[in-house]
Design a protein around this ligand. Sequence first.
Ligand code: ADP
Ligand code: ADP
Length: 226
Amino acid sequence: MIKFDRVSKRYPNGKDALRRINFELPAGQLTFLTGHSGAGKSTLLKLIMMIERPTQGQVFVEGQNLNGFSTRQVPFLRRKIGMVHQNHQLLFDRSVFDNVALPLVIAGFARADIGKRVRAALDKVGLLNKEKLNPIMLSGGEQQRVGIARAVVNKPPLLLADEPTGNLDPALSAEIMDLFHDFARVGVAVLIATHDLSLIARHRHRLLTLREGRLIHDGEDDDHGA
Ligand code: ADP
Ligand code: ADP
């Protein structure tokens, strides 16, 4: 699903954010990406989204080398990727339904199709009865679930999350993690960037650890490599 082949990223100011990173993420696997602040987690996600380009090496998404992608092709890449943010970036000037529908509207789906898909996504995250509400009326955990519904509404094969439980208490974090596991179970490749070690400790899964731009650990969570 994703492959990094000797990927390095040096920012224009000379900062080496990633150094010769190699890993593969298969479909249907949930993987944590961890490391201290500044270790390179966001940069790694940005390379997958083509918000940044690598200085060296190659990133593959579904077998396609992103180095060969033009700026014009970036929207097609992003349709394959659902992105969940810490602050979920919901729009408070419209309903839950319209927030989740947004990616489909942008992609030009037909109206009838949009209704069906939005309700399927809201059903998955347990919010079918809240579609007409403004997200401002929902709890933090519910808002994050709306963000997840929006990320998966066009059924992307890849789901990226950047500190998805950053603002949530442990019980709500566990709920969100259960949802991510559900997506992995149906074949989605899920990559969760977090420095919340308690979240990581509660689940059995693969863990990638970055330190100063190097991948210093890739394996099960018996040892965080830190
Ligand atoms: P993390 O997400 O793990 O906190 P980042 O990928 O944001 O790490 O940052 C990795 C390193 O690259 C840090 O030292 C950061 O200061 C630096 N960095 C990030 N973005 C830029 C940028 N646009 N220009 C220069 N340096 C950057
Ligand atoms: P080799 O074993 O000959 O080095 P690779 O494992 O590098 O071959 O893979 C060959 C090609 O298959 C890559 O260039 C890439 O296009 C594709 N590929 C392999 N694994 C993946 C993956 N996990 N995700 C996406 N593309 C992949």
